[in-house]
Unconditional design. Structure first.
Length: 319
């Protein structure tokens, strides 16, 4: 982002516009803006579906099971994310390379594979324990509303559910938002990245999984100074889940094979993190600036996400 905060022509005390703010403030504004935009899109979509249901006299639950509805429920958010990214680039005159779309060292691209493998299997096992704990307390997992993976429709699902979220969510979180968080320190940036990524998805059952993913993605993006490795990890994670939904290959793995899979994936994840945390210190930043300039403008988005997360949790307990 071009530096719009340096004094020019002796007019450093001029009142800033809403867009002429320090980068941490801008990152917080983007987060809140995306969350508010999501709520608006959800409301508009719900009203539109209700009107269609009334006009065509089709039960609402039947409409919600149609392929068109399921694709729209994913695509509308992706369109919103893309719009936010394009507007940001236009207002701040940034290039894609300024928000992370740049080359990186091959080692980080290679490292994305064991990280994806580790997160998908060993961390999924940890998250399963968390879900079982919720279920013991009476929580009911919501059913996944993914378009049909049958036949040629699988390609469309891969694009909408795996590819687009990997590209656009990483551009938002490890691109635009992370650029404003780096100076608060690497540790704080990773923890905030995990928190934001977790509450953003508003899914109680995935809270632990998405928090750790957010932390790891942020650390990998900082070390690589690029979005490319995190896009690969994000894409592989989503794609493998979809391939398993279609082909069910994980269901055919024996108990011994599952144990081996969890152990090997845990070794991959831990060894990758040891390398990124203790050996590779590239782009490490000690805490040098306050996080407050980010937190204040992001507070609206955080509160809305936490509220929605709590409502979803309450609904899962039969509320």
């Amino acid at each position: 982002m071009n530096d719009q905060n340096s004094p020019q022509n002796g007019f450093s005390n001029q009142k800033r516009s809403i867009f002429d703010q320090p980068r941490k403030v801008v990152s917080g504004m983007v987060f809140s803006g995306v969350v508010i935009g999501m709520l608006f899109v959800s409301l508009l979509f719900s009203v539109t579906i209700a009107v269609i249901s009334a006009v065509l006299q089709i039960p609402l639950d039947e409409l919600q099971e149609t392929t068109a509805y399921k694709y729209c429920s994913y695509l509308l958010f992706q369109i919103l994310y893309l719009a936010v990214v394009l507007v940001f680039l236009k207002i701040y005159k940034d290039k894609p390379s300024d928000i992370g779309w740049r080359k990186t060292k091959p080692q980080y691209l290679l490292l994305s594979i064991p990280i994806a493998f580790g997160l998908l299997f060993s961390l999924n096992w940890v998250n399963t324990l968390f879900v079982r704990l919720l279920e013991l307390m009476g929580y009911t997992m919501p059913s996944a509303s993914v378009p049909s993976v049958a036949g040629g429709g699988f390609v469309g699902v891969l694009i909408v559910v795996a590819l687009l979220p990997a590209i656009l969510e990483e551009t938002l979180f490890r691109g635009i938002i992370l650029q404003g968080l780096k100076e608060v320190g690497t540790v704080a940036a990773c923890l905030l990245g995990g928190l934001l990524f977790s509450v953003f998805h508003q899914n109680p059952a995935q809270t632990v999984y998405q928090f750790i993913c957010g932390c790891v993605f942020t650390l990998l993006a900082i070390r690589a100074d690029s979005l490319l490795p995190t896009v690969i990890v994000h894409l592989l994670n989503n794609a493998v889940i979809l391939f398993d939904m279609k082909f069910g290959f994980l269901a055919n793995v024996s108990q011994g094979g599952q144990i081996a899979l969890y152990v090997i994936s845990a070794v991959c994840l831990v060894s990758s993190l040891v390398y990124l945390i203790f050996i590779d210190k590239r782009n490490y930043v000690k805490k040098s600036e306050s996080v407050k300039p980010f937190l204040l403008p992001s507070l609206a988005g955080l509160l809305l996400c936490i509220l929605t997360w709590a409502l979803n949790l309450f609904a899962g307990f039969g509320g």
